[in-house]
Design a protein around this ligand. Sequence first.
Ligand code: GLY
Ligand code: MN
Ligand code: MN
Length: 277
Amino acid sequence: APILFSLRAIKSQEEVEQMQRACDITKAGFERVLQFVKPGVMEYEIEAEFMHEFLRRGSRGFAYTPIIGSGFNACVLHYIENSDECKAGDVILMDVGAEYGNYASDMTRCVPVSGKFTDRQRAVYNTVLSVMRGAIKLLRPGVSLHEYHIQVGELMTKELLDLGLITAEDVANENPAWPAYKKYFMHGTSHFIGLDVHDVGHWHEPIQVGHVFTVEPGIYVAADDETVEARWRGIGVRIEDDIVVTKDGYLNLTEKIVKTVEDVEAVCQGKTLAEAS
Ligand code: GLY
Ligand code: MN
Ligand code: MN
C-alpha cells in the first residue's frame, strides 16, 4: 500500500488530463445550474440539473454524494439530504464534482438564490476567497502539509479578526490544539484527490510536483451562535478548487469555474462573463 500511495499521489500527464476533463464537466454542470437557480427551486432539482449535464457529457455521474445546502443547511458540513426549498435571500452552497474516466473532481461554489449577495454574505464570501488565494500560493514543492495547514490557519485568523467574528482576546487565549479560527473553519483546507475524491497520499512527506490537492477554506456561522450579532448567524460559505502542484507554481483545474462575487452575480442575472467584465 505505501508504494501504491506514492504512485497514486503523483499524477502523470494523462491523469491530469482526465482530471481536467472531470473539472470541465463539473464547470458545464455549474453553468447550467446558474441559469436554473431562482427562488422556489428545490435543492434536489439542482442536483438533478448537475446529473443531467454530467451524463450528457460522458461522465458516469458524481464523484461523491453532492452537497446542495441552502440557507442554514450550508453550515451542516456533510448535509446530503438536498431536500429543502431555496428561498430568496439565502445562499446555496454546492459541493459537487463529476467523475470522468475513474478520476474525481471536487468543486464548491456558493450562489445567491436571488442573484445578489447581501452585504454580510458578500463580506464572508470575499474573506473565504482571500484565504483561498493565499492558500493556493502556499502549495509548493517541498512544503510540509502540516506547516501548510498552520499557515492557512494564520491567514484565516487574520481575516476573521478583520471581519470581527473573533477578537484579539480570543486569539491571545486560544488553545494551540484548537485555535480560535476553528470555531468558524473547523475542517482541513486540503486533501489529495485523484482516483478517489479523498485520495491516498503520504501526509507526512513534503509536497511534490504532480500532487493534486483541493483547496477548500470555509466560514460557517451557526444559526444559534450567540457570540456574534444575529445578522451573521446561519451563513455558510466554502469555495473549493482543484490544484496540481507544478515545478514553478501550480495549475488550477477549476480556474475557469466562475468564482468572484461579481462574476457569480453577473452570470446568475443572465449576463455572459464578457458582459460582466
Ligand atoms: N466533497 C467532499 C470534500 O470536499 O472533501
Ligand atoms: Mn468538496
Ligand atoms: Mn474536498
